[in-house]
Design a protein around this ligand. Structure first.
Ligand SMILES: Cc1cc2nc3c(=O)[nH]c(=O)nc-3n(C[C@H](O)[C@H](O)[C@H](O)COP(=O)(O)O)c2cc1C
Length: 189
């Protein structure tokens, strides 16, 4: 099987906690972002952007997550708040894919959102191609306004995903995939 097809047929998510360091180098991160930004984009609007979290910046962002959590659940146990603080420290690299979809005279917002999804998917595949594992997750804090403000998102921007990237523990166990006869039909006249 050609390498590219093998790559596409073997991709699988890892849990964020399974992804260890060292993470991608600066040059590899550039490669990841370059590939992620090479996606179909109706109207060439670039309706997405990326935020890279590495090193201590993951802890600083985690402070905002913990603060939002503690505000939402004032009776939460300190251990739980601490776990929330560590959300972005599970993997050595986290890249947030931010959707910048907005009303446009010609291009439906839906298509701009889809383009952000494509960017996240390309990012995941590029990580796999470089030999890293990835996990595309959102979790509760992707939808918390306080967290989004702290991360610098404008009011119309949304998190398409926090893509966690690191070294996988080994080959992943696959999960059953949907049988093609259940998800694909042939249109007939
Ligand atoms: C937009 C989006 C958000 C996701 N958010 C989460 C999440 O918050 N938590 C989670 O466990 N999986 C989440 N997933 C699913 C995982 O990325 C992954 O697809 C799932 O674990 C199945 O593994 P697979 O990619 O190998 O099929 C999300 C997927 C997408 C597309």
């Amino acid at each position: 099987m050609p390498d590219a097809l093998k790559l596409l047929t073997t991709r699988r998510s890892f849990k964020a906690v399974e992804l260890s360091g060292p993470g991608p180098s600066a040059a590899e991160i550039d490669t990841l972002l370059t590939i992620a930004s090479r996606v179909p984009d109706h109207g060439k609007l670039t309706p997405w952007r990326f935020i890279v979290f590495e090193g201590d910046a993951r802890r600083v962002a985690g402070e905002a997550i913990a603060a939002a959590f503690a505000a939402k659940y004032p009776d939460a146990k300190p251990d739980h708040v601490e776990a929330e603080r560590g959300r972005l420290q599970r993997a050595p690299l986290v890249i947030a894919v931010v959707s910048r979809a907005a009303p446009h005279v010609k291009i439906p917002e839906w298509e701009q959102v889809l383009s952000a999804g494509a960017a996240a998917m390309s990012l995941v595949l590029a990580a796999h191609a470089l030999g890293y594992g990835a996990n595309w997750i959102t979790e509760w804090y992707a939808y918390d306004r306080g967290v989004l403000d702290a991360l610098g998102l404008k009011s119309h921007e949304r998190i398409a995903g926090f893509v966690h990237i690191g070294r996988p523990p080994g080959p992943p166990e696959d999960r059953p995939r949907p049988p093609l006869n259940e998800i694909a039909t042939r249109f007939t006249a």
